[in-house]
Design a protein around this ligand. Structure first.
Ligand code: ATP
Length: 257
């Protein structure tokens, strides 16, 4: 089955389409098998959340937009899953914010970096660090997991990442970066360690951030800074857990969602 074969009337149309995008990404050498498994974990949380962007996600997405506008050097970190799922959304975000994209992989091979780079170029992403960028390492991350571009993530003051491993998120925060992380699992170390945790699905989240960038552009730096200062990530995480608890309680009491 391909994306074109899924009937739009299917109740799980959007979910099935995402699976097809990932399978396609896998065939193209963008996504690794571990990425397919990570997607399944995300899907389970999205199911519990009712596959929609809740208030706690919108709050985090709005602050992420403010951080894009305030930061000296924001960078969008893209891995195989994120590229396969949301190339158009990543292109729109990079264009709206002027932030460069860096392909940054946990299971890194230079071949896969090149494939993802070319895939994003084909989807119109113009502001993207080349695979042969000058490299350096994230302090505290040994092996290939720690490789980043000197002109990209290494010199960024703000990094947006999605569907990321907890170790790498933590290492970026310890390196002094502000990190916004899109992760449907509020239990994950990424969710717990990020400066801003966006408990939302990657495609929806990226679209929402683009909308908020458009809304907030033109606001004063003072106003944007206040938005960031007033933001409380612990509270947002609590709201995410509570939304899950509420939906599960309702289902538990009635036997239906
Ligand atoms: P951590 O290392 O942070 O504790 P983890 O072991 O779950 O978490 P990974 O296996 O790298 O880390 O998984 C990435 C995370 O991305 C998972 O927590 C999963 O819930 C989430 N995820 C998967 N697909 C999506 C998606 N489409 N949108 C948002 N989040 C997703």
């Amino acid at each position: 089955m391909t994306g074109n074969d899924i009937p739009k009337s299917h109740p799980r149309y959007h979910s099935l389409l995402k699976r097809e995008k990932l399978v396609e990404g896998f065939k193209l050498g963008l996504v690794v098998p571990q990425g397919l498994i990570a997607h399944g974990r995300g899907e389970a949380f999205d199911y519990i959340l009712g596959e929609r962007s809740h208030d706690f996600a919108l709050q985090a997405e709005r602050v992420t937009a403010a951080l894009f506008l305030l930061s000296k050097k924001p960078v969008i970190s893209v891995n195989g899953n994120y590229a396969a799922l949301a190339p158009e959304e990543i292109e729109a975000l990079s264009r709206e914010t002027g932030a460069p994209v860096e392909v940054n992989l946990f299971h890194r091979t230079e071949e896969r970096v090149r494939r993802i780079y070319e895939f994003l170029l084909d989807h119109g992403v113009e502001n993207i660090l080349p695979p042969d960028c000058e490299k350096t390492r994230v302090p505290g991350l040994e092996s290939k997991r720690g490789i980043v571009c000197r002109d990209g993530i290494a010199s960024a003051d703000f990094v947006l990442l999605a569907i990321e491993d907890g170790d790498r998120t933590e290492a970026l925060v310890s390196w002094g970066k502000r990190v916004a992380a899109i992760d449907l699992n509020p239990f994950s170390r990424t969710a717990q360690k990020a400066t801003v945790t966006i408990v939302d699905e990657a495609i929806r989240a990226t679209r929402n951030i683009v909308e908020f960038v458009r809304e907030l552009r033109g606001r004063s730096r003072d106003e944007l800074s206040r938005l960031v200062e007033d933001y409380d990530n612990r509270r947002v995480l609590s709201m995410a857990f509570k939304a899950m608890l509420d939906r599960l309680s309702l289902a538990a009491s009635k036997g239906v969602l």
